[in-house]
Design a protein around this ligand. Structure first.
Ligand code: SAM
Length: 273
């Protein structure tokens, strides 16, 4: 069987007697028009390596393969491995299936050190820890095109000053350019989740901060947004308070949500020096 004449995803699921499980955060995209659009948002992918977390029944995987990518798919639910095996056959060597927990896999070992994009409809229960792993860990993806709950997507791409702006926005935007590129209502998924979803595209900045600076940024944003209504001289007290702010050129009377990403990077640099 070739990629073009695979059975519809609904049929493939029924044939294997597969129902979504809540514990794995399973909300499937069974409309290939939608998965092809997500693949286009990640593209061009011809000849590129893509890591996909949670292929499930393989709707997004099919679209990535159609776009010409070499796909490494990490799936934790063993029930899907057989169904994905049929897709791997149709893909003629361009799909590698790895059974395991994406939080624990070593991405560089999966790609043999080759650069790779990350494209996934993420399980919502582990979406944020996975993003933090890819932003701050040793493996640096070429780009990330990831589906999250809409509320999380908005927090990743939030501009300074609003309620959505917080630790996730600062860390994401210190390392990548982050943009919400697609919104999807609950009805796009099977079964529908309770909330809307959105795809975020993250592209690494040309000069991302060094690991030690990222560590300091995690500390300083943790303290500042942990008490976001307080002034920085007070919320950052254990890290140096007023003196740290002055060293970084930041008003100690300011609140965390008014300090932009560049300001937080200066606070992190002052902390790390
Ligand atoms: N990509 C499919 C789609 O779009 O229809 C499924 C997306 S569903 C939201 C999330 C998928 O991630 C499920 O297949 C689930 O089993 C898998 N999953 C959940 N936790 C995981 C983990 N820690 N590591 C790898 N896969 C995981």
């Amino acid at each position: 069987m070739s990629l073009q004449n695979l059975p519809p995803l609904r049929e493939a699921l029924a044939e294997h007697g597969l129902l979504a499980r809540k514990s794995f955060g399973q909300h499937f995209l069974l409309d290939l028009n939608i998965t092809r659009k997500i693949a286009r948002l990640a593209g061009p992918l011809e000849g590129q390596t893509v890591i996909e977390v949670g292929p499930g029944p393989g709707g997004l995987t099919r679209a990535l393969l159609e776009a010409g990518a070499q796909v490494i798919a990490v799936e934790m639910d063993p029930r899907f491995i057989e169904l994905l095996g049929e897709l791997a056959q149709a893909a003629e060597g361009r799909l590698t299936i790895v059974e395991g927990d994406a939080l624990k896999v070593d991405e560089a070992a999966l790609t043999g050190g080759a650069p790779a994009h990350l494209v996934s409809n993420l399980p919502y229960n582990v979406g944020t820890p996975l993003l933090i792993k890819w932003l701050t860990g040793p493996f640096r993806p070429t780009s990330m095109t990831l589906m999250f709950q809409k509320e999380v997507a908005d927090r990743i791409a939030a501009p300074v000053g609003g309620d959505a702006y917080g630790r996730l926005a600062v860390i994401s935007q210190a390392i990548c350019e982050a943009k919400v590129v697609m919104d999807l209502p609950p009805r796009a998924f099977t079964p529908p989740p309770k909330v809307s979803s959105a795809v975020v595209r993250l592209d690494p900045l040309p000069n991302p901060p060094a690991p030690a600076l990222v560590k300091a940024l995690e500390n300083v944003t943790g303290a500042a947004f942990g008490q976001r209504r307080k002034m920085l001289r007070s919320s950052l007290k254990v890290l140096g308070g007023e003196a740290l702010c002055v060293k970084a050129g930041i008003d100690p009377g300011a609140r965390a949500e008014t300090v932009d990403v560049a300001g937080f990077l200066r606070l992190a640099a002052a902390l790390a020096s």
